[in-house]
Design a protein around this ligand. Sequence first.
Ligand code: NDP
Ligand code: GDR
Length: 337
Amino acid sequence: MKKAFITGVTGQDGSYLAQLLLEKGYEVHGGVRRISQVETTRLDALGVTADVHLHEFDLGEPNKIFRTIRDVEPDEFYNLAAQSFVGASWELPVYTAEVDGVSVVRILDSLRTLTPECHFYQASTSEMFGLVQEVPQRETTRLHPRSPYGVAKVYGHYITMNYRESFGMHASSGILFNHESPLRGKEFVTRKITLGLARIAHGGSDPVELGNMDAQRDWGFAGDYVEGMWRMTQQDVADDYVLATGVTTTIRDFFTYAATALGMDLEWSGTGEGETATCRKSGKLVMRVNPKFYRPAEVELLIGDATKAREKLGWVPKVSVEQLAEMMAKSDYDALA
Ligand code: NDP
Ligand code: GDR
């Protein structure tokens, strides 16, 4: 039985990946932070908490990283833990650099010492592309990150490549474009929209307040993306791969898809800070822009080219952005019923 260790197992991707690996017969271990109460809501939602071996683990503690790897001796190591909210990274730039950047080399170096044959996966991101250099973005596109989060992830990405090249380690990076699900954190825009609209559909009167409505993202379903992570670690030779749908959508259009799924027909008016959306039938204001959600520097357009993953890994995303918006909106609506 293969043993996998997942950092960030309590997060969105960690939970779906734990479920996938359990289905494939793995012994699954995961790291949880020492906080006042361990949060396993997502693992609970997928019904897998009891099957995952949970270890107290924090990326900020190098000795713990070393000891955990020594104790578990994993065959595969998935580094998914991160301060993953781009918006918070301007408030927490040094912490984000430590957790999302420097800790990657701590893991790699411990693996090199203790279990050099272990296959390693690093959660890299389309945020590394940042300012648009090429459309669509692929593995070879020049990086120009636009947030402290993106900058920290660039370090994690290159140190993964460097340990592969320096020490022959099986270390892969998945450059994943945005992927969402009903288990997405509530601060991310898709979930903020679906939760806000579900509350309105149940009679709530607070409109959803959003920032930049013109940003475009390539959104897929998290369940599809963890399958791609696993495929990367199964290859004979480690490499870096983009995972994306190849379809980009504005925040406004995602909002419309989610509203439509809940039976709301919207009327849009205004632009920029004055933009609003109203439900035609009820006359309710459902969205207004609040500049407090604007970012100091924005990534305006992300659209990925996953040709390499399709050709070499046989990976193809199955869920469209419209289906995703519907899945998330209905899940939030049902949970509030
Ligand atoms: P989440 O925010 O849902 O999960 C992050 C996980 O990291 C949580 O389990 C969290 O634990 C854990 N964590 C945070 N800080 C620490 C720390 N200091 N030590 C140990 N664990 C920590 O993220 P996602 O599941 O969405 O993303 C997974 C990874 O993929 C992240 O690295 C993210 O940056 C990256 N990524 C995500 C994309 C996406 O669209 N979802 C796209 C591209 C990359 P806790 O539960 O205690 O908070
Ligand atoms: P992102 O996701 O920054 O792409 O990072 P997020 O959902 O936070 O933002 C997407 C876009 O929506 C715009 N936006 C808002 N965003 C939030 N969160 N809240 C708002 O009110 C709002 N209004 C508009 C943002 O400006 C942005 O353009 C996610 C994370 O999962 C990262 O960890 C991951 O690396 C990348 O995706 C790929």
